[in-house]
Design a protein around this ligand. Structure first.
Ligand SMILES: Cc1cc2nc3c(=O)[nH]c(=O)nc-3n(C[C@H](O)[C@H](O)[C@H](O)COP(=O)(O)O)c2cc1C
Length: 190
């Protein structure tokens, strides 16, 4: 089984990065292969421009996007690890979706409507938040879940989207240990 992770983490001392590392370690123990796109470290360019719009004209996409498509076609599970910024995903992650989930790759449409084209067994989303859960209006998490599951992945043909919104996940040692175990459990269920 191949799991491809998309990671948005702008610094080395990042809880989001520590979570993907724990997830990958457990995947390896389970005999699974994983590959991580580290968007900041890879200096991914998230702004849609120029040849990115070729998707709407039936022309070839930029080579870097085609290479990501080839990696994703080989993958059984896709994950996204990111810190919540202003109640959504960071711009670099949103830009990755904009550019990579192109017409003809993630979805297509014609006279009979739209159809999703992605074939992942499942998608897992791990989003970290600085706030405590009690301090956040629950409708914000509901809206993030809804956009991810219905607006992006179900639209693109994915039947199962597992989401974890982790509030103050490293606030104390017990919470941190529980959170890391959750990542290992997610890996065992891939
Ligand atoms: C620009 C920005 C916006 C943020 N917005 C939110 C937010 O909407 N809700 C929240 O709980 N935390 C918010 N935070 C806190 C981050 O979610 C938190 O710092 C992050 O989860 C820590 O993960 P990291 O160690 O991997 O960077 C924000 C942080 C930044 C820098």
């Amino acid at each position: 089984m191949l799991v491809t992770n998309i990671l948005s983490s702008h610094h080395a001392n990042s809880q989001t990065r520590e979570l993907v590392n724990a997830f990958n370690e457990e995947l390896a123990k389970q005999g699974h292969e994983s590959f991580t796109y580290d968007l900041y470290a890879d200096t991914f360019q998230p702004v849609m421009r120029d040849d990115d719009f070729n998707q709407f004209m039936g022309k070839p996409l930029p080579g870097e996007v085609i290479a990501i498509h080839e990696q994703l076609r080989r993958s059984d599970v896709l994950t996204m690890f990111y810190p919540v910024w202003w109640n959504g995903m960071p711009a670099i992650m949103k830009g990755w979706i904009d550019r990579v989930f192109a017409k003809g790759f993630a979805y297509d449409y014609g006279a009979d409507g739209t159809r999703g084209l992605l074939t992942f067994k499942k998608v897992c989303i791990v989003a970290t938040l600085g706030n405590k859960k009690a301090d956040v209006d629950p409708r914000l998490e509901e809206s993030m879940r809804f956009i991810n599951e219905t607006g992006i992945f179900s639209y693109s043909g994915v039947a199962e989207t597992e989401q974890h919104f982790l509030y103050s996940a490293f606030s104390d040692e017990d919470t941190k240990a529980t959170t890391l175990e959750l990542m290992r459990d997610m890996a065992r269920r891939c």
